[in-house]
Design a protein around this ligand. Sequence first.
Ligand code: HEM
Length: 399
Amino acid sequence: MIESNLHFRVLQNKLTAELPKYLDIANTELEFGWPLDVPQPEDWIVVDMQHMMRMLVARMSAKIFMGYPACRNLEWLNLSIDFSIDMFTTAFMLRMFPPWTHSFVAHLVPSRYRVKRNLRKAQKIIGPLMDKHRDVLKRRAEGEQVEEDDTLLNWMMDNGNEKENELSEMATRQSILTLASIHTTSMGTANLLFDLCAHPEWFPVLREEIEEIEKDLGKLGEHEGIGAKQWLPRLEKMDSFFVESQRFNPPILLAPQRLAVVPITLKDGTHIPAGTRLACANADILDHSLPDPEIFDPMRSYRKRHESGEMNKHQAGQTEKENLHFGYGKQACPGRHFAVGEIKMILTRLLMEFEFKYPEGKSRPRNFYADENVFPDPRARLLMRKRRIPCDKCGRTDP
Ligand code: HEM
């Protein structure tokens, strides 16, 4: 990551540039994973939503990065989830010791061995995909018509230099991309659900919004003709709910983080020498342009958009000085628009098909902190059952 920014370029120049196409591709994998990862209980059962979300997001990410059949490879899906956990565990462990001890302490950290083992596994999975793409390129150069998935891996190979195309480099970079994309997005989805269960009066509002769109376009997610571009931007209330949920549960407390490569003097005279590490306390920035910033108000950004008439602003994934949870400026998260699309796709299906609530005596789980990283209590559970829609005639909701 220090030597090359291929992971950034592919997200900015390919994924975001062709966002609706990749969201539709990801949606096909959501369809595939749904019956495998999401139970269909007629009555309330206890579920680990965080795990369920990780699996669905891992599938969607694998589909756009690696294509079929790698996205169905359980070894890769598990690796893409475990890699981040082992990587962060290793970093936390090492941070407890002074840097000069790292070269020998590292040998005593078990998660570091798992990281290394997973990087070797990643090479075994990615190597054949790279060979296949090279073969396609060769055959095309010879005039043959050859079809292949339009994956981000292929784009990275076509646009990477010799070093970036080395198998070990590429496997590491793909693993790093899973680190950036899976837990952040799945946590955002789970947090939104936790907040909805803590404020259940918003379930009907978000469902009504989806139903309105379905009235116009047809059933979402099951109708091949309806592209993400047509329906995702219309989920304005869900969008606003996510912004508020993220405001209360940012995945990181210090974003953006930067390194001053040259000395700078700011307008107010503050001098920042070269080599200084800078970070913004994003979680502590309260938006004082609206009243009661300490209150959970899910339509905050919805109202802001409509009242100001700035319909292209105050949306999830847009970085503003009052909202730095996706970073800021040219280096802001390059996967954020895709992440917001994924979250909306998953939430839409969950809300239309299921009901959720907390188990008796439980409420919104508290967040845990590890250095600047934030995550909801991993033991948090929800109750879930297939949605019961009241009968038009008698009002009963039996299955
Ligand atoms: C809700 C989900 C997500 C959140 C909250 C999030 C948050 C962030 C933040 C705060 C940064 C640092 C930005 C800065 O320094 O200004 C970042 C960077 C990054 N994000 Fe995300 N992200 C999410 C999803 C994704 C997804 C889905 C992808 C990939 C498809 C992705 C790929 C990346 C990459 C590669 C970087 C590093 C860019 C660099 O090297 O400068 N992120 N993200």
